[in-house]
Design a protein. Structure first.
Length: 150
């Protein structure tokens, strides 16, 4: 039985569409942007703090990745992610996404600061494997964008 008032279903449906979009070629992925956005907007409407604000975080990532003609907006991505971190200050994935958005707009110092913050976080028992993966990603980005040639 479908229960449209349950946040989990909307989140995982949207996440599944997002994974499908990543696996498809660039043009076919655009077709899923509106669907992913609709599901994540439902998540935010039902529970904006679900999984540390995952709905907002994913909408921000859509803003980062989608082309302008499909509603993408890197500045809005930054605004939303900064809001996510106000509510969930130790969300390492939001920090990682925020660093990417900062880099896309040439805000290198702000990006470096976010990446270094990720490395300083202590594991939460509920998210320890995720934090370890995000710390690995932060190290890769720091090496690529900040430590290369030094």
């Amino acid at each position: 039985m479908l229960t449209p008032q349950r946040v989990e279903g909307h989140f995982w449906l949207g996440a599944s569409y997002a994974l499908t979009a990543e696996a498809r070629n660039f043009l076919r992925a655009w077709l899923l942007v509106d669907t992913i956005s609709r599901e994540m907007e439902a998540v935010v409407r039902l529970d904006p703090d679900y999984e540390q604000g995952a709905g907002l975080r994913n909408l921000a990532r859509l803003d980062y990745r989608a082309p302008i003609f499909k509603g993408g907006d890197k500045r809005r991505s930054i605004e939303v992610l900064e809001g996510c971190l106000t509510r969930h200050p130790e969300d390492s994935l939001a920090m990682l996404y925020l660093a990417d958005s900062y880099l896309a707009l040439g805000l290198r110092e702000e990006a470096r600061e976010q990446l270094e913050k990720i490395l300083q976080l202590c594991p939460d028992p509920n998210y320890a494997p995720e934090l370890a993966a995000h710390q690995d990603e932060a190290r890769v980005r720091l090496a690529k964008y900040f430590y290369a040639g030094q």
